[in-house]
Design a protein around this ligand. Structure first.
Ligand code: TEU
Ligand code: CA
Length: 544
């Protein structure tokens, strides 16, 4: 079944979505309270960021018990109620599967670290010191060495993320079996599938310093599918920061019998200096940006499906990043939505994106929550960056931008909590909030709702081909979709300037399917595009 090709997914970061008991932390009963809102938006799937037991060193991506719900989020009964109540509304719940690593507070690691003969010792990656130091130069994504010394047994263990996230050893067959049994117990609860955290790292070869796309990666993923989700009508999406159109089919082509699709990030790595890190900022070059989208829209085999997203819990808010969150906030948020949702692939909407939520800049580092930003601050200070340089890049790219509480109302704490929120609510909740959005038919919300509706109504969006136009134009992103003789033209002005251009010889008026300015028709021969103007027209096919 490929229902997931027609689906639209909504990602919830539970900690910041809706608090129901006044402790300032979002929770599962709070999500249940908001299911009617999500049904109104029209989404088919909710991808839930981790709600399992965790010490929250990496806000839940450090799991200490895969089969217990973090008490801050509620109980397993709450989780089972969420699955059932969502299903009543035609919404599936996709869980976040984080099996590259566990928390160091997981029972397996607690046993492994204290006893070299523990049956769980080999569930992790231990190595002897080399000349009294770390075994090799592998680095953590959260700054510093990827090896932590454990004095009890005089060995180092590998952690590609925080010190409290020891990497699992996927070479160990019993460990893999334990993971598959856990996955099957979750599948038997009726979940809609899995989003797979850093799935390309499972095949790592630490001794040869290979992290992504290791030698046995696809062997493991084929085994995982055979042993678990192959037997259920569910969807799977894998996350990889290094996947390319050449390697994506290895994970997601039908013939690979692994996953349904991949999250790839190439379009979100173009505002950084090449071959550095997201923290070395660079302005976006639109032709380069268009070329990356063109590649992903045209180079995948017909049998490899794609994901489409601007945002998740790790990225800055797209309207602040590629739109204009000051002067043309609504227009640019709508433009970005139209541009992406008319492409081929399963769209993912990150909580708050549908109402145009923006980044929330901080003034000093003690306002930051995210371990990635906190560690980066220390690392860059030591490298001689000024405080101002570090705060500028954290405000541009820090993950906290995506984790400020969902803005439900203009009221106290944006209606997120009656208590003290775990993270400050963006003050612009006074203007940008769900209540205002659903009461304003011109809001960003109704653009997303209509895009979801169009996708369900018109097969061309799911099945059509993609053809990039004006590939070298510095400000306009335009493309055509074609399906069974029907052609749709999508045009977006990616700039705050008014831009004139011509997209066709004919000057027959074209009625928009959707647009972010209120125009009755478009003359493609003589277009004048307002700042961030975007529209979609059905172009009468030349054949008939
Ligand atoms: O992210 C994968 C990952 O590599 C990111 O941490 C990325 O490097 C960084 O966010 C870019 O700034 C996944 C989860 O989405 C992330 O939240 C976790 O922190 C990470 O894995 C470890 O589980
Ligand atoms: Ca709560």
């Amino acid at each position: 079944m490929t229902w997931w090709k027609e689906a639209v997914v909504y990602q919830i970061y539970p900690r910041s979505f809706q608090d129901s008991n006044g402790d300032g932390i979002g929770d599962i009963p709070g999500i249940i309270q908001r299911l009617d809102y999500l049904q109104t938006l029209g989404v088919d799937v909710i991808w839930l960021s981790p709600v399992y037991a965790s010490p929250n060193d990496d806000n839940g991506y450090d799991i200490s018990d895969y089969e217990a719900i973090h008490p801050e989020f509620g109980t397993m009964e709450d989780m089972e109620q969420l699955i059932d109540e969502a299903k009543e509304r035609g919404i599936r719940i996709v869980m976040d599967l984080v099996v590259n690593h566990t928390s160091d507070e997981h029972a397996w690691f607690q046993s492994a670290k204290s006893n070299i003969d523990s049956p769980y010792r080999d569930y992790y990656i231990w190595r002897d010191p080399v000349n009294g130091k770390a075994p090799n130069e592998l680095r953590s994504a959260f700054s510093g060495s990827a090896w932590k010394y454990e004095p009890q047994t005089n060995q180092y263990y590998l952690h590609l993320f925080s010190k409290k996230q020891p990497d699992l050893n996927w070479e160990n067959e019993q460990m893999r079996k334990d993971i598959y049994q856990m996955m099957n117990r979750w599948l038997d609860k009726g979940i809609g599938g899995f989003r797979m955290d850093v799935i390309d790292l499972l095949g790592k070869d630490a001794d040869n310093q290979i992290t992504g796309n290791g030698p046995r990666l696809h062997e493991f993923l084929k085994e995982m599918r055979r042993e678990t989700f192959e037997h259920y009508d569910v969807m799977t999406v894998g996350e990889s920061w290094v996947v390319t159109p050449e390697t994506a089919p290895l994970f997601a082509d039908e013939s690979s019998k692994e996953l349904n699709m991949m999250f790839q990030f190439e379009h979100l790595m173009l505002d950084e200096q090449p071959n550095t890190s997201k923290w070395q900022l660079k302005s976006l070059d639109l032709p380069e940006f268009k070329q990356v989208f063109n590649k992903w829209q045209t180079q995948l085999p017909e049998t490899t499906w794609n994901s489409l997203f601007w945002n998740n819990h790790d990225t800055p808010r797209i309207v602040s990043r590629f739109g204009d969150d000051q002067t043309f906030s609504v227009e640019s948020a709508k433009m970005l939505a139209i541009l992406l949702h008319m492409m081929k692939g399963t769209p993912y909407i990150y909580q708050g994106e549908e109402i145009g939520m923006t980044n929330y800049p901080i003034q000093q580092i003690d306002q930051a929550q995210d371990i990635e930003s906190l560690n980066l601050y220390e690392e860059k200070l030591a490298e001689g960056w000024t405080e101002a340089e570090i705060m500028e890049t954290i405000n541009a790219k820090g993950r906290d931008n995506a984790r400020t509480p969902m803005q439900w109302t203009a009221g106290q704490n944006g209606g997120f909590t009656d208590g003290e929120p775990w993270m400050t609510v963006n003050p612009n909740t006074s203007e940008i909030n769900v209540q205002a959005a659903v009461n304003d038919e011109q809001s960003v919300f109704y653009t997303y709702q209509k895009l979801i509706h169009l996708r369900k109504e018109h097969p061309i969006i799911v099945k059509g081909t993609f053809k990039l136009l004006l590939k070298d134009h510095p400000h306009i992103f335009a493309y055509e979709r074609e399906f069974e003789g029907e052609t749709w033209l999508v045009t977006a002005n990616f700039s705050p300037e008014t831009i004139r251009c011509s997209l066709a010889e004919t000057s027959t008026p074209n009625i928009p399917m959707i647009a972010n300015y209120d125009r009755s028709e478009y003359d493609l021969n003589e277009l004048t595009l307002a700042p961030y103007e975007a529209f979609v027209v059905k172009v009468e096919s030349n054949e008939n």
